[in-house]
Design a protein around this ligand. Structure first.
Ligand SMILES: Cc1cn([C@H]2C[C@H](O)[C@@H](COP(=O)(O)OP(=O)(O)O[C@H]3O[C@H](CO)[C@@H](O)[C@H](O)[C@H]3O)O2)c(=O)[nH]c1=O
Length: 486
């Protein structure tokens, strides 16, 4: 680059003015940010005055987390710098095949140091259901929650242990989950719940909270700030300290809608046993990744960015690169969101305010017509903050999510056997892949009002499809149904 001192006077003038412009636009931006932060503070103080006296402490803590997230949002660069994405370093991702269960005599000991946590803050709205997604029946009228409890009960029974189950609810799911949990009073699993934070939605124009009074019951004014909020909310709930004091060491965290997210003894052994004799840094965090297929275009992926491992979610990808992000050749693996984290490390990082997750901006349009943004973070993004963190490339069977009715259809069909709450691909199927199911929009919802005239009740479809059986039927390597005719 030419130094300003050596150019011609006219050129110098141009260069100075460009530099000055850049500096003044930076100064302008940071002064607007300061202004915005200042206005937010005034607004939050005003809002606090509207809280009922017994809730002031609660809101002070919520606002402290929100203020932190909001200022990170203001500070963040607009988008990821695409050319700076580097290939993953060797060893960043371990092969699952290299792991072992370890000494069978000590499995029980390892399990006794484990806590299972399921992310249960999501609603079933995208599949046309009211209430928490976890109460949608998946198989034989058993819900995600039933199957999760069965899985843990079976594990506890098989190994004579008492692995607890923790549900992270959101304000959207907390009450309904509490009601449903009553029916498990006789189940042999210790279930704990805590509720994640509740942050104000932000007016897209003014960048100020939409809510004007904390006693206003309208839930549209709020959002759960993503599953990245787990670390802080878990800490604030007191459960993290309780488990550490009881001698627990690791937690296994997963989406409740992923029925493949069972406790894996090989990974448990990997995170808890130092087989290198102290030569290799023990991982404080492990992310289970799996090979990406054309069906997984939306999942987050691991990248190497600015000398660190980083989770890249589709919402962070600049528009021009979305197709490249979705391609299976450049980004070969994706995050299953099955995460293993050391409890003492979570405590250390939360207490030193060292979990700095990229802020994901989620735009929404409210029923009132207002355009808002909600700020979120993803749990897997914490990979960069833990010591010795790595990915493990796990078999596809560890990722059995239900995001759409087409996923549900596969799980309800005879392709899967069920045992102790675990779903496994039927041994009768002679090839290990599952059919690619594409359903027309009339099947978007789990239940429809008008089944006979065009049909949006997936159960009808199942009767039809299960009657012909998905197993070993070459016609069903692909299932495309636009609508049903009777
Ligand atoms: C936004 C949010 C979600 N959840 C729960 C609901 C689900 O059980 C689980 C996953 O939430 P979703 O919003 O469905 O996230 P999803 O799109 O699946 O993305 C996650 O899971 C994907 C795998 O399904 C990964 O590839 C992504 O990296 C990861 O961010 O977390 C919460 O408990 N609280 C929340 O605030």
């Amino acid at each position: 680059m030419e130094s300003p001192a050596t150019g011609t006077p006219a050129k110098r003038e141009r260069m100075y003015s460009t530099q000055e412009q850049a500096a003044s636009s930076e100064e302008w931006k940071s002064s607007t940010k300061r202004e915005t932060l200042g206005s937010l503070e005034i607004e939050l103080q005003r809002l606090l005055k509207t809280a009922s006296p017994d809730e002031v402490k609660y809101w002070e803590r919520e606002f402290s987390g929100f203020r932190n997230l909001f200022s990170r949002y203001l500070r963040a660069k607009a988008a990821i710098d695409w050319p700076k994405i580097m290939p993953l370093p060797e060893n960043a991702i371990k092969s699952y095949d290299s792991l072992t269960e370890g000494d069978p005599l000590t499995i029980k000991d390892r399990l006794s140091k484990l806590v299972v946590i399921k992310l249960n803050g999501g609603l079933g709205t995208s599949m046309g259901c009211k209430g928490p997604k976890s109460v949608i029946p998946v198989r034989n009228d058993l819900t995600f929650l039933d199957l999760t409890l069965q899985q843990i009960q079976f594990l506890n029974w098989a190994y004579g242990v008492n692995v607890p189950l923790v549900l992270m609810n959101s304000f959207n799911t907390d009450d309904d989950t509490a009601k449903v949990l009553r029916k498990y009073a006789n189940v042999q699993v210790d279930v704990h719940t805590f509720c994640q934070s509740r942050y104000p939605r932000i007016d897209k124009e003014t960048l100020m909270p939409v809510v004007k009074d904390l006693k206003d019951p309208d839930l549209e004014n709020w959002n759960p700030p993503g599953h990245g909020n787990f670390y802080e909310s878990f800490y604030n709930s007191g459960l993290l300290d309780k488990f550490i004091n009881e001698g627990k060491e690791f937690c296994f965290l997963a989406n409740i809608d992923n029925l493949g997210a069972t406790v894996d003894l090989n990974i448990l052994n990997f995170v808890m046993t130092d087989e290198s004799g102290g030569k290799v840094e023990q991982p404080e965090f492990v992310m289970e990744v799996t090979d990406k297929t054309r069906a997984d275009v939306k999942g987050g992926t691991l990248i190497q960015y600015e000398d660190r491992l980083m989770l890249l979610e589709i919402a962070q990808v600049p528009k021009d690169f979305v197709d490249e992000f979705k391609s299976v050749s450049k980004f070969r693996i994706f995050n299953t969101n099955n995460l293993w984290a050391k409890l003492s490390a979570i405590k250390r990082l939360v207490e030193s305010n060292a979990i700095d997750l990229e802020v994901i901006v989620n735009p929404k349009h409210l029923a009132s017509g207002l355009n808002v943004i909600q700020l979120e973070t993803a749990a897997g993004a914490a990979i960069k903050n833990f010591k010795g963190a790595c990915g493990i490339n796990v078999p596809r069977s560890r990722f059995l999510p239900v995001k759409k009715t087409s996923d549900l259809l596969l799980l309800m069909s005879n392709l899967y056997d069920i045992d102790g709450g675990n779903l496994t691909l039927s041994a009768l199927r002679s090839f290990p892949t599952t059919p690619l199911v594409k359903l027309g929009s009339s099947f978007d919802k789990v239940r429809g009002d008008d089944v006979l005239s065009g049909g949006s009740d997936i159960r009808w479809m199942l009767c039809y499809l299960c009657a012909v059986s998905l197993i070993n039927n070459p016609h069903y390597s692909k299932v495309t149904v636009q609508s049903l005719y009777f």
